[in-house]
Every structure is written in C-alpha cells, then in structure tokens.
Write a protein that binds this ligand. Sequence first.
Ligand code: HEC
Length: 160
Amino acid sequence: MSAKSTLGKNLQNAIARGGVEHAIAFCNLQAMPLVDSLSHKYHANISRVSTKARNPADRPNDIESQLLEAYSYQWKDSIALKANVQALDEHRYLFTKPILIDNALCLTCHGTLHNGLKEETLEFIKTKYPDDEATGYSLGDLRGMWSIVIDKKEVVQSIE
Ligand code: HEC
C-alpha cells in the first residue's frame, strides 16, 4: 500500500512539475527509494508484472502467469480481486496483489489514443520502450499485479 500511494503521488507531482515526458521515469519501481528500503529491510524482492508489459523485465514468470490468468478470470466475472499469499518453496512466500487502472491519471501513459493517451506521448514512450505493450487500457481494467517474494523467516520475525 505504501508503494502504491507513493507511486501515485510521485506521478502526479512529476506531471505537474515537468509534464508527461518528464513523468515517464516515475512509474518505475527502481526510481522509488521506498521500494529500495523495503526490499532491504525485509529481504524482499518487490516487482510488478503484466501480460502486457512496457518494460520487458516486467513480463511474468510461469507461476506469475498462472496467478495473472486467475485474476483475469475473476476480473472478467466481476469477482472482487484479492491479495494472495502462497509458499513458493521451502524458504519463501510469494505475495501477489492485483493492480487496476483505478485512476484516470494512468490513462495518460497506458490509455488509448484520444482516451487519455496523446500521440506525442506514445511516440516518446516508443523511443524509450520499443517493445511497449502497455497501452489500450480503460478505467477499471486489470493492469497487472504486485509480485513480492519474501523469506519465510522475515515473516515469522515480524509476527513475533
Ligand atoms: C507518465 C507516464 C505514466 C503514468 C501516468 C503511469 N505509468 Fe505505469 N508505466 C509507465 C512506464 C514508463 C512504465 C515502465 C517503467 C519501468 O521501466 O519499469 C510503466 C510501468 C507500469 C507497470 C509495470 C508493468 C509494465 O508494463 O512494465 C504497471 C503495473 C503500471 N505502470 C501501472 C500504472 C498505473 C496503475 C498507473 C496509474 C496510477 C500508471 N501506471 C501511470 C508510465 C506511466
């Protein structure tokens, strides 16, 4: 939740300060000191994945694909999407949480042309992300999910 709200605030500020092109660097977890410090504090690997990724590094692995597919079925059936925790192996948990296009702001860079996304923004995105697949979304769409891998011992310590 902290990461999500920081991301939203950063984006809004960045657009206000320097416009969309300036803000493009801000929908990026690496640019977030909070994510960095949480990763270190909990020895967690925090990422976002999507079947239509902008950054190829955000494409899902096998288990993430399965979870995204399940979320996608639920979303199509209008079932409320929930966070999920499962054991990844003997030592680690995988925590996932769906990411929705829950804000018109997202459409500035993930929408369709003439529904939030401007031609010049799309051109600019293509120069930075030639393999971009992350446009064409509407408000309420399932965009992807948080995927957080955390050591079991970190979780046990925080319960104690
Ligand atoms: C100013 C442009 C901009 C806005 C506004 C924006 N994004 Fe992004 N988004 C990007 C860029 C650029 C990336 C690729 C970041 C990277 O290289 O890691 C991205 C990546 C993502 C990813 C990771 C998966 C992928 O495609 O690589 C998710 C999930 C995401 N955005 C969701 C959102 C949501 C939800 C909103 C609204 C709250 C939003 N974005 C608003 C530009 C934007």
